[in-house]
Design a protein around this ligand. Structure first.
Ligand code: DX5
Ligand code: ZN
Length: 221
């Protein structure tokens, strides 16, 4: 299980996104892009034109997390815009299988995200349709929130499920991931870690990525 770090540009300086992406280009594995529509979540961030521009300006692959209504309509366009991974929310998708297949057919990795209160069990049979499961460890919508320890048992159950089904699915956590909480997530079985404020709130974002990776690797054993 390889540990990967995906810094979230939600906590970066939006006026200098290319520089902010470059700051972690040599230390991170992905660049996490939070798309919010002020309907699925009570916040508004960015959409397709910025993802297209970032794809041209950044060297890291884009990990697009769509916190939007009607992902069935919009998700394939993010893959087409150059995202390396596109994640839709289970709570918002009406035809997740069709949408996940369409993301894959555009050449991107397909992800399914679950809010803290959404159980994994109803989605167990969808594992073959997925490249990544994202378990939210805060309620989606804002950076800088406190990590929700109540999600840890679900991370453990999901890791067991992935193992039992021998699925090639990455397990991502997003929300409140920091040097203080990342070890708990890694011990529970997460292998891809989104971190916004812990990376872009630090003096040295690249150093913060390295510190997070070291802790996760140690905890994952
Ligand atoms: C929240 C977003 C996260 C956010 C995480 O809804 O999905 O990706 O950027 O920020 P931190 O790491 O500060 O909790
Ligand atoms: Zn996110």
């Amino acid at each position: 299980m390889a540990i990967q770090i995906s810094p979230s540009i939600l906590s970066a300086d939006f006026a200098h996104l290319a520089d902010e992406a470059a700051a972690v280009a040599d230390s991170a594995d992905w660049l996490h892009v939070d798309v919010m529509d002020n309907h699925f979540v009570p916040n508004l961030t960015l959409g397709l034109p910025i993802v297209e521009a970032l794809h041209k300006a950044a060297t890291l692959p884009l990990d697009c997390h769509l916190m939007i209504e009607d992902p069935d309509r919009w998700a394939p366009a993010y893959a087409e815009a150059g995202a390396g991974s596109v994640t839709i929310h289970a709570e918002a998708a009406r035809a997740p299988v069709r949408t996940l297949r369409s993301i894959r057919s555009q050449g991107a990795r397909a992800g399914l995200a679950l809010n803290p209160a959404t159980p994994i069990e109803p989605y167990a049979d969808l594992l073959p349709e997925l490249d990544m499961l994202l378990l939210m460890t805060v309620e989606p919508g804002f950076g800088g929130q406190k990590f929700l320890d109540v999600v840890l048992p679900k991370i453990r159950r999901t890791r067991e499920l992935i193992r039992d089904r021998e699925a090639a699915v990455w397990l991502q956590v997003d929300g409140g991931v920091s040097e203080e909480t990342i070890e708990r997530c890694a011990e529970a079985g997460a292998d891809v870690f989104v971190a916004g404020s812990a990376v872009y709130g630090a003096q040295d974002p690249a150093g913060a990525v390295e510190a997070l990776r070291a802790r996760a690797e140690r905890a994952a054993g």
